[in-house]
Design a protein around this ligand. Structure first.
Ligand code: ZN
Ligand code: ZN
Ligand code: ZN
Length: 322
């Protein structure tokens, strides 16, 4: 069982997950490109379904799947049960890393990425995300679910086949606690509804504005070409969003990734979905961060938490829309 450990310096939890046990030499692989070895075929490709645990959910019919949800083979979080914190003295607080860790294989086509998905595939992917969030919301002990896409080695991907990961966890992570606090500080209106209005008025950081979804290079961008995808309809929980809004967000992500690829080539990136913790009613507005990994975090940023962004969001937007 993996373990959560509390960092008393930051008040944030750390997960110690040794299931994928590495020898020191394995870390050298992180410098290599993401590649499936020709002797071990990709377990996410059609025809290799038996190499994975049985699917939790399959979308598509007549034998040809469009999307599969499978348990992660090396789960960071696993098993049911409440978050029982154990104190081994004043400094060593731990809890079992219970939760859900699953993989959403969102296309049977190994060579595609989200940027290449057709409308049907985008629709299925966003609908499946909503279904998984709904499922996690009803799972005992799961307080928050983080959905991500890691593309490319620099973004943490270990398999090339396009996929998303969903991690359902027993606590609300620090990043979400901080964003919710931001919504609370911005009293009187919704922070992201106001952002849509303000960025539309300013104009020169709006990368796209279509079908009720606004994509901006936010004023406060901490990394080059970072984008924020905001559905116009105010809703705190992704799982409560209208189907049309979900599909439009999926299309907007595809468009954003297209622009990034046109401008920068096939760079690594992370997609990060932020939605309210399952049973929370706090002020919030669900959204997706698109973060190209074109810049490595240096010592100052690591030491202070203060990013140094070498591309102003206004310039990023001009380059992406020019
Ligand atoms: Zn594959
Ligand atoms: Zn809002
Ligand atoms: Zn966020």
């Amino acid at each position: 069982m993996n373990q959560l450990r509390l960092n008393p310096l930051t008040g944030r939890w750390v997960t110690v997950a040794t299931g994928r046990a590495s020898r020191p030499a394995d870390f050298a692989r992180d410098r290599a490109p993401v590649e499936t070895s020709p002797v071990t075929p990709c377990p996410f490709c059609p025809g290799h379904e038996e190499e994975l645990p049985p699917a939790l959910e399959t979308y598509g019919h007549s034998g040809e799947w469009l999307l599969r949800v499978v348990p992660n083979r090396y789960p960071a979080f696993e098993g049911a049960g409440p978050m029982l914190v154990e104190h081994l003295g004043p400094l060593f607080a731990s809890a079992p890393a219970t939760g859900i860790h699953e993989v959403l294989v969102f296309t049977p086509d190994h060579r595609q990425s989200w940027a290449d998905l057709d409308d049907r595939q985008v629709g299925v992917t966003m609908a499946a995300l909503r279904d998984r969030f709904e499922d996690h919301a009803h799972a005992p002990g799961i307080r928050y679910t983080q959905a991500i896409v890691n593309h490319g080695r620099a973004a943490g991907a270990s398999l090339e086949h396009p996929h998303s990961q969903l991690l359902g966890i027993s606590f609300v992570p620090g990043e979400l606690v901080e964003e919710i606090a931001g919504f609370r500080r911005f009293s009187g209106a919704c922070l992201l509804c106001a952002t849509i209005d303000a960025e539309r008025a300013a104009g020169h950081r709006v990368v796209s504005d279509k079908d009720g979804v606004v994509v901006v290079a936010p004023w406060w961008s901490g990394a080059p070409f970072e984008l924020l995808v905001i559905p116009e309809n105010h809703e705190g929980h992704l799982r409560r969003a209208a189907g049309t809004d979900l599909a439009s967000v999926g299309h907007a992500i595809r468009d954003a990734l297209h622009r990034i690829r046109e401008l920068l080539g096939d760079v690594s990136y992370n997609l990060v979905v932020h939605t309210l913790p399952h049973h929370a009613h706090d002020p919030f507005h669900w959204h997706v961060h698109v973060v190209p990994r074109v810049h490595s975090v240096g010592g100052f940023e690591k030491g202070t938490g203060v990013p140094i962004n070498i591309v102003a969001p206004e310039d990023a937007c001009r380059l992406m829309t020019g």
